[in-house]
Design a protein around this ligand. Structure first.
Ligand code: RNT
Ligand code: ZN
Length: 415
């Protein structure tokens, strides 16, 4: 144990925080890492350009172009991520062998066997996402809400196929799988009918969820969104639709903090949803003026989201996943930066004595709440981080950057 940690431990003990407990608790938090940062949301199953109102910008060299490359890059990234990690896959990352191919509506567990092997070897679970974009059957920007029955039915079959795959992941890894439904469906301009698309989306989800699955193994989540590129005026899966649907079906709502109006914050929504849901799910991202999916930094909202999870004592109720994609910087560094920042935010959140602050609030001593909250921001959390990383044999400081730069020169630039 370093002297600095000993000093920090004492300081925190004085405000009633046991840093040993915090280190243990932080090690146990699972964060789901999105595979799609590794290749700019390209996937392996189609040559279609990225669609669905989401966009990656930048052309940094060395992106993963095969399952082997993506797996190698993920391993590199995981080596700098202390704590428990989980792999978050999209259906478009199916791995086909020997010239075999299955369209999205015909995907089977076997197309993900290599990912299961990968996860099992690393003792991690897998989360999953059906891919309702970058595909020829997305017609007029619509999938599950399409008025074209052939299109709608195709995507219903995709959703059902994905539920089976999610259950396969859970069974194989022994860790429950979170399967997240997000559809891009929407309209660029003011729609003539806002109701019918949502009615069709509801019907489609009902059909998909009629597929039997083991609720102790598979958690179905539904992600809302306020707009997409080219879908500015209306999204079918709005916040109200998704919250209401989750409640109606007893599934789990998912909030992506890039999916709200710019002055709305997800941190404030967390406690409300916790009061009415057994579980909630998050996509942690960084919207810069819009749903830009910048890499997560150690900013106020990330810290506030972490604080809500911790002070609501909700670690076992919140599925935490990352979701961003920056193609303008080293993609492995992007994973590492975002993941470490989220975990640092969780650490800081665990190092705050909430009972004292809550009591001050109830006594209407708002001066105390503000004064202490601000002073605690300067406590030596970095020394606890260093100790936490050291115990897991993971570099605590910026030296990981040199290692990723070396990997860039030795591996990425040779692709
Ligand atoms: C899009 C949603 C969605 C996607 C991934 C790739 O705005 O956030 O979660 O980012 O499914
Ligand atoms: Zn998301």
């Amino acid at each position: 144990m370093s002297n600095r940690y000993e000093y920090a431990k004492d300081m925190y003990a004085k405000i009633g925080i046991d840093t040993e407990e915090v280190i243990k608790k932080l090690s146990d938090v699972t964060v789901s890492l999105h595979c799609w940062q590794g290749d700019d949301v390209t996937g392996f199953d189609s040559r279609e350009a990225l669609s669905g109102g989401i966009q990656t910008t930048g052309n940094y060299p060395g992106k993963a172009t095969s399952p082997a490359e993506l797996m190698a890059d993920l391993d590199k990234a995981f080596s700098f991520m202390p704590g428990k990690n989980k792999l978050n896959l999209h259906a478009s990352y199916a791995i086909f062998e020997d010239g075999e191919f299955a369209d999205r509506d015909a995907l089977e567990p076997k197309h993900f066997k290599k990912w299961v092997d990968f996860a099992k070897e690393r003792g991690m679970g897998i989360d999953f996402n059906p891919t309702f974009f970058s595909h020829a059957m997305v017609k007029d920007n619509l999938t599950l809400s399409s008025p074209d029955e052939e299109v709608r039915a195709f995507w219903v079959r995709h959703g059902k196929a994905c539920i089976k795959i999610a259950e396969y992941f859970a069974t194989e890894t022994g860790i429950p799988c979170v399967i997240n439904f997000w559809i891009p469906d929407g309209y660029k301009d003011i729609p003539a009918d806002r109701l019918a698309p949502r009615a069709r989306f509801k019907k489609s989800l009902d059909e998909i969820l009629a597929e039997p699955y083991d609720k102790s193994k598979v958690y179905v989540t539904l992600e809302s969104k306020v707009f997409g590129i080219g879908l500015e005026s209306y999204t079918v899966g709005s916040a109200e639709f998704c919250l209401s649907y989750s409640d109606y079906k007893g599934i789990t709502p998912l909030m992506d903090n890039g999916h709200y109006h710019p002055t709305e914050v997800v941190s404030d929504k967390i406690p409300s949803l916790l009061l009415f849901n057994e579980k909630i799910a998050l996509h942690v991202t960084r919207p810069v003026r819009w749903d830009s999916d910048h890499v997560v930094i150690f900013d106020d909202e990330t810290k506030e989201i972490a604080k809500e999870i911790i002070r609501c004592d909700a670690l076992d109720k919140v599925f935490i996943a990352l979701d961003y994609f920056d193609a303008s910087i080293n993609r492995i560094a992007a994973w590492v930066i975002g993941s470490r920042n989220l975990r640092k935010a969780l650490l800081c959140a665990m190092l705050i004595p909430y009972e004292e602050l809550k009591k001050a609030q109830d006594e209407a001593d708002f001066t105390k709440v503000l004064a202490l909250s601000e002073e605690y921001k300067f406590y030596p959390y970095a020394d606890v981080w260093a100790e936490f990383c050291a115990r897991q044999n993971i570099t605590a400081d910026e030296s990981w950057y040199d290692e990723i730069k070396a990997y860039e020169n030795d591996v990425l630039l040779k692709r």
